[in-house]
Design a protein around this ligand. Structure first.
Ligand SMILES: NC(=O)c1ccc[n+]([C@@H]2O[C@H](COP(=O)([O-])OP(=O)(O)OC[C@H]3O[C@@H](n4cnc5c(N)ncnc54)[C@H](O)[C@@H]3O)[C@@H](O)[C@H]2O)c1
Length: 309
């Protein structure tokens, strides 16, 4: 992607900041972020004049004016905690559904070429028909998952009814540098690495034989750019297409860190999905062939070690 004008909502967050990094060399990028969880530090290492930051809430800004003359919108701004969405569904509806609708309306009215929406594998819920294809009926188990299904549907309607090309990327379990290990809802990989670095035993809910499809943020950035540049619209799984159990993950993290820490097993979390793995045939059709994740896990560990020095 080259010489394009691009908007990244949520560009100060974990995934958004990596996307900005992947786009900035050859394009002009405007970030929209209200700093609710994003951090300017996430982009501190980039010394590039092609980044503009607009601080504000997607629900309050004049998005049509901001989007004018831009080519692409990558919509990553969202509230992302599943448990918090259960305790505060209205707040999640406001940002994740109404906010997404506002972004879509502004994108349509400012004639952008394409919008990429960050969706989530959470939409599948606990589905035992594996691997999960994009045609597997959604079974949302939380308000957050309902938000994402609704966002995808709105994207489809804006494509069908208004001719705005959109693609919704269903991310599976994303990991990488800059993922927040301190959040109470932190994902398993930053959680394990951070526990080991602090000298604690990582906690595993259940027997650890539950599995997930982990994908590095580097690969997610690649998928965003490829999906945007392709003719693909609709829904696309973004994953490695391979499942790893939590026990295997623990082993790999121990190996990468040169440790032999034993996890602490506690009772399973109610509502936790047992297994999840994606079919990535659709993503492969536009050239997305993700590579293995051990090297990227090593980079993630090194980044976390740097943070604890
Ligand atoms: N991390 C994952 O494993 C994962 C998996 C599936 C989907 N996703 C989706 O990817 C996207 C990015 O997730 P992330 O992990 O980088 O989360 P994050 O919390 O690090 O990033 C979200 C960003 O959006 C900003 N933001 C939130 N509400 C806003 C608002 N109203 N207006 C403007 N900015 C706002 C935050 O400040 C933050 O910078 C989200 O849409 C999330 O639902 C993430």
């Amino acid at each position: 992607m080259k010489d394009k004008k691009i908007i990244v909502t949520g560009g100060l967050g974990f995934i958004g900041s990596h996307l900005v990094e992947g786009l900035i060399e050859n394009n002009e990028v405007t970030i929209i972020d209200d700093l609710s969880s994003g951090k300017p530090d996430n982009l501190q290492h980039l010394k590039n004049n092609n980044i503009k930051l607009i601080k504000g809430n997607i629900n309050d800004l004049d998005l049509k004016t901001i989007f004018k003359d831009n080519d692409y919108i990558f919509h990553h701004a969202a509230l992302i905690s599943v448990p918090e969405s259960v305790s505060n569904p209205l707040k999640y509806d406001e940002i994740n559904i109404k906010g997404t609708l506002k972004v879509l309306i502004a994108a349509r009215d400012s004639d952008v070429e394409k919008l990429v929406f960050a969706s989530s594998a959470a939409v599948y819920g606990d589905n035992d028909k594996l691997p999960l294809t994009e045609d597997t009926p959604p079974r949302p188990l939380s308000p957050y998952a309902v938000n994402k299904v609704t966002g995808e549907m709105y994207c489809q309607v804006f494509t069908d009814a208004f001719g705005l090309p959109t693609v919704s990327l269903r991310y599976f379990n994303v990991f990488g540098p800059r993922q927040d290990p301190d959040s109470p809802y932190s994902a398993v990989i930053p959680n394990f690495i951070s526990a080991i670095l602090k000298g604690d035993r990582p906690v595993i809910h259940g027997d650890g034989e539950q599995s997930r499809d982990f994908i590095s943020v580097k690969q997610v950035v690649k998928a965003n750019i490829q999906a945007c540049q392709s003719d693909q619209t609709g829904i696309v799984n973004v994953a490695l297409g391979r499942s790893t159990t939590i026990n295997q993950l623990m082993e790999i993290i121990n190996e990468v860190m040169g440790k032999n820490v034993k996890p602490l097993y506690i009772k399973p979390r109610p509502g936790d999905v047992k297994h999840s793995v994606a079919d990535i045939t659709r993503a492969k059709s536009f050239g997305f062939h993700p590579s293995g994740f051990k090297e990227e896990l090593r980079e993630t560990v090194e980044w976390f070690i740097g943070q604890y020095k």
